[in-house]
Design a protein around this ligand. Structure first.
Ligand SMILES: [Fe+2]
Length: 279
């Protein structure tokens, strides 16, 4: 039997731990960025691109819930690395009053790649219920005016690497047929697709490159050693990190930089620096 005093001590300790975890989840981890560095082996990579860097940012969710100071500090850290290619894989913002000026102010200060700076769209770029294409068009215009190429089912050639930018699945704008129309399968290519569920669709043909994605925020709040209770994908394997796929394709899911709700636990925000290597 424990005494009343012991019970009250235990209760106090539990309350203290709970308060600490709550503070950590709301105040520490959402802006505790991890810069992940890893190789990105690419088939048929032109020799001139071997050793170059590609920085992958996802899910910035520019809005009042994500601190501008945190985003600018993140940008500063990346700019210091002088990346060759910078890609943003969707959820560039979350809709909010005054979003145009706010998005412009943030993306004007975003890091640029020496060869290319590219963005694709995510569901949050389509406004309420992901059903407002006029907002997606306006976001694209604002970001393009900041000097960033927005690919909506299009391809950009960055020094011999074909970057295929797919539009968003949940907004019913994912159109790989159009996106791959100009892609030469005999040359190096990677794809950007916000929602990892797109990799399981029977649409990839003979594409054998990397698909870079975001959307999941790594589960955002994840109990240790267990899968996250909330994950916005059909394929529950797709939390974060690297996955081998059929057709020799590979998937990398970033945990993202920002969030739609300002909480994270055991899923720190991430920027990924890929060193391009030949296969
Ligand atoms: Fe997101």
């Amino acid at each position: 039997m424990i005494s009343r005093r012991q019970f009250l001590h235990a209760l106090g300790a539990c309350a203290g731990i709970g308060t600490g975890i709550t503070y950590y989840t709301f105040e520490i981890e959402p802006t505790w960025l991890e810069i992940v560095r890893r190789p990105l082996p690419i088939r048929r990579l032109p020799p001139a691109l071997i050793g170059r860097t590609l920085v992958h940012l996802s899910d910035l969710h520019v809005c009042p819930l994500v601190s501008d100071e945190y985003l600018f500090d993140t940008f500063r850290r990346i700019i210091e690395l002088r990346p060759d290619i910078v890609v943003f894989t969707g959820d560039l913002m979350s809709w909010h009053r005054g979003w145009r000026d706010h998005v412009a102010a943030v993306y004007q200060r975003a890091p640029r790649g020496r060869l290319a700076t590219v963005a694709t769209l995510g569901n949050h770029d389509y406004g309420t219920g992901w059903g407002e294409p006029q907002i997606a068009s306006a976001v694209s215009d604002v970001v393009r005016a900041c000097g960033i190429t927005v690919l909506r089912n299009e391809m950009l050639d960055a020094g011999g690497l074909q970057i295929v930018g797919l539009d968003d699945l949940w907004a019913n704008r994912f159109d790989p047929t159009t996106a791959f129309r100009r892609v030469d399968a005999r040359r190096a290519a990677i794809a950007l697709s916000h929602n990892p569920d797109t990799v399981d669709l029977p649409v990839w043909g003979n594409f054998d490159g990397w698909i870079l994605a975001g959307h999941t925020h790594g589960g955002q709040c994840k109990p240790p050693f267990l899968p996250p209770p909330i994950l916005p994908v059909k394929n529950r394997r797709y939390t974060a990190g690297e996955f081998q796929l059929a057709g020799d394709r590979r998937l990398y899911i970033s945990r993202g930089v920002g969030n739609a709700l300002p909480v994270r636990f055991n899923a720190r925000p991430e920027v990924t620096i890929f060193d391009l290597t030949a296969v």
